[in-house]
Write a protein that binds this ligand. Structure first.
Ligand code: HEM
Length: 491
C-alpha cells in the first residue's frame, strides 16, 4: 500500500479519466518525449490513460535505461502483446517480439552461438561478397541505389541465415520473405486495429460484418507462414542433398544430425532463422540509406574517409575486415550513421512485470517502457550540435576517441533483450560503407538546369523510422575504381 502512495514519474498534466490520451504524439514521438523530459528535468517520464489502463514509461538517458532494463532485467525483459499480431497472426514464433520465456531463451541461445563476438566472423566472406555485389549494381545503375541496397542486404541476410544464394528479386526465397515482412509490418501499426484496444473482439467469427480484421489476419498468417517455411525448406533440401554452405540453418542442421534433438530442435532452428530475416533486413537496409543521406550533409567527411582508405588499402584492392582497426574514419562514419538517425528511435517496447520503485517514483505493473534512443543519441551534452552529421566527433588525433560514447550503447537497446544481431549488423554496415567510400563519390543530385537538388527530409514512420528514397548522384571515383569493381568475383 505504501508503494501505491508514491508519485508516478513526472510527465504532461493528466486530465480526469482520459489522462494523457489527447497528448499522445502522432508524429516523431521520440522528439516529443525528449521535449517533455527536458521540460520536467527528468530522464524518466510517465504517460497514462486511466480509461484504457495504459501506463507508459519513457527513459531518456543511458543511465536510467541501464538501471532498469539491465540491472533489473528480471522485471523489464518482457514485450507487450498486441492481439492482432500475437493472437491472430504470429504467436511467439518471432522471439524478438515474443514472450520472455522458454522459446525466447532457446532462440536467443542459438543466436548467441551463431553471431556473438568472434562467432560472427564466420560470415565475413558472405558479407564481403555481397558488399562487392552492391558495388557492381551501383556501377551499372546508380539511380536505383535504394533498390540495390534493399536487394543486397536482403540477399546477404538470407545467405547468412539459410546458406541460399539469391541472385534476383524474383527468387521465391526473396518474394515470400518480403511479403511476410509486409504482413508483419502492417499488423504492428499502432492504433490500426480496434482489436488491439479491445482484445475480446478476436472471438468474433470472421464472417460477421466488421470482422474484416480476422479475414485480413488469416491472409497475413499465410504470408508469415511462407516466410518461415519456404527459405527453410529450400535450405533443408540443399542440406539433405549433401551440400552445406556455412549458415545459421545448415550449421544447426548439422548439429541436429550429429547430436539429435537433445541440443537443438528443428522448429527452433526454423523460427529463429525467420527472426534473422525479420529483425535484420529492414534495420540494416534503412541504416545504409541513412549513411548515404548523411554523407550528402558532409562531403568533407567523405573526402577524409577516402584519403584514409587510399593510404591504408593497397592499390588494386578493396577494403577487407582486416583493415578495420586502421580505418577509424570509416568506423566513425558508421557510428555517426547509427547516432544521427537511429532507425529504431524508441527501441522495441518492453513490459514491466510487477510494481517497481525507482528514484522514489512508482512504476506500475504492466507499464509499457520505451528506451528513447533518439533522446540519448541527440543529447547536446554527449554530442554537441547533435542534428549535424559529423563523424569527426568520434575521432581525436586520427584515432577513435574512447571518451565519446559509442552510439551502439543506445542504438541496439539494453539488457537481456539487447539486439541479438548487433555484432553482425555492425559488420554488414561497416564493410558496405568501407567498400562504397573506397570506390564511389556520393554527391547531391543536379537538376535539369544545373542546380543542386537538396535531398528532401521526408521519412516514413513505421515500426522503424527511415528516410524515404531521395535523389543523389553516385559516381565511381576513378577509372581504376571502376575497373576494380568490375574485377570482383560475381556471386
Ligand atoms: C542497424 C541494424 C540494427 C539495429 C539498429 C537494430 C536495433 C535493435 C533494437 C533497438 C532492438 C531492441 C532491443 C531492446 O529491446 O532493447 C533489436 C532487437 C533485436 N534485433 Fe536488432 N538491430 C539491427 C540489426 C539486426 C540484425 C542484422 C539482426 C539479425 C541478425 C537483428 C536481430 C535482432 C533480434 C533477434 C532482436 C530481438 C532480441 C530480443 O528480443 O531478445 N538485429 N534490434
Amino acid at each position: 500500500r505504501r508503494r501505491r502512495q508514491l508519485r508516478l514519474p513526472p510527465g504532461p498534466k493528466k486530465r480526469p479519466i482520459i489522462g494523457n490520451m489527447l497528448d499522445m504524439p502522432s508524429h516523431c514521438p521520440w522528439e516529443v518525449y525528449a521535449g517533455w523530459a527536458r521540460e520536467h528535468a527528468s530522464d524518466i517520464i510517465h504517460l497514462g490513460i486511466p480509461i484504457t489502463g495504459t501506463s507508459i514509461i519513457v527513459l531518456s538517458s543511458v543511465e536510467v535505461a541501464q538501471d532498469l532494463l539491465d540491472k533489473r532485467s528480471a522485471m523489464y525483459s518482457d514485450r507487450p502483446r498486441f492481439t492482432m499480431f500475437h493472437d491472430l497472426l504470429a504467436g511467439d514464433r518471432f522471439f524478438g517480439l515474443g514472450k520472455y520465456g522458454d522459446t525466447w531463451r532457446a532462440h536467443r541461445r542459438l543466436f548467441h552461438q551463431a553471431f556473438n563476438g568472434p562467432a560472427g566472423g564466420r560470415f565475413h566472406p558472405h558479407m564481403l561478397k555481397y558488399a562487392h555485389d552492391l558495388l557492381r549494381r551501383l556501377l551499372e545503375d546508380p539511380v536505383a541505389y535504394a533498390d540495390h541496397i534493399d536487394h543486397v542486404i536482403a540477399a546477404n541476410i538470407i545467405s547468412i541465415a539459410y546458406g541460399v544464394n539469391v541472385e534476383s528479386s524474383n527468387d521465391p526465397c526473396m518474394t515470400v520473405t518480403s511479403s511476410g515482412m509486409d504482413a508483419v509490418r502492417s499488423a504492428l501499426i499502432p492504433g490500426r486495429f480496434l482489436v488491439d484496444a479491445i482484445p475480446m473482439l478476436k472471438y468474433l467469427p470472421a464472417w460477421i460484418p466488421g470482422a474484416g480484421f480476422k479475414r485480413q489476419a488469416a491472409q497475413w498468417r499465410q504470408q508469415v507462414q511462407g516466410m518461415v517455411d519456404v527459405p527453410f525448406d529450400t535450405a533443408k533440401n540443399i542440406f539433405d542433398g549433401g551440400k552445406a554452405h556455412p549458415s545459421f540453418v545448415m550449421d544447426n542442421l548439422r548439429e541436429l544430425d550429429e547430436y539429435g534433438p537433445r541440443r537443438v530442435q528443428e522448429e527452433d532452428i526454423k523460427h529463429a532463422a525467420a527472426s534473422i530475416y525479420g529483425a535484420g533486413t529492414d534495420t540494416s537496409r534503412f541504416t545504409m540509406r541513412v549513411f548515404i543521406r548523411g554523407i550528402l550533409e558532409n562531403p568533407e567527411a567523405q573526402a577524409k574517409a577516402q584519403q584514409e582508405i587510399d593510404a591504408i588499402v593497397a592499390p588494386g584492392h578493396l577494403p577487407d575486415f582486416s583493415d578495420e582497426a586502421d580505418l577509424p574514419w570509416v568506423s566513425a562514419c558508421v557510428k555517426e550513421t547509427l547516432r544521427w538517425w537511429p532507425i529504431t528511435p524508441l527501441g522495441l517496447p518492453r513490459m514491466v512485470h510487477g510494481e517497481d520503485v525507482y528514484r522514489g517514483y512508482r512504476i506500475p505493473d504492466g507499464s509499457i517502457v520505451f528506451a528513447n534512443a533518439w533522446a540519448m543519441l541527440h543529447n547536446e551534452a554527449t554530442y554537441p550540435n547533435p542534428g549535424a552529421f559529423k563523424p569527426e566527433r568520434f575521432l581525436q588525433q586520427g584515432k577513435l576517441n574512447p571518451a565519446v560514447m559509442d552510439p551502439r550503447n543506445a542504438a541496439f537497446g539494453f539488457g537481456r533483450r539487447i539486439c541479438a544481431g548487433k555484432d553482425i549488423a555492425w559488420d554488414i554496415l561497416w564493410i558496405m560503407v568501407a567498400s562504397i567510400l573506397a570506390t564511389f563519390d556520393i554527391t547531391k543530385a543536379i537538376g535539369e538546369n544545373g542546380e543542386v537538388l537538396e535531398p528532401h527530409t521526408g521519412h516514413a514512420e513505421e515500426l522503424v523510422d527511415f528516410p524515404l528514397p531521395f535523389k543523389c548522384c553516385i559516381k565511381p571515383r576513378s577509372r581504376a575504381a571502376e575497373e576494380l569493381i568490375r574485377s570482383t568475383a560475381k556471386l
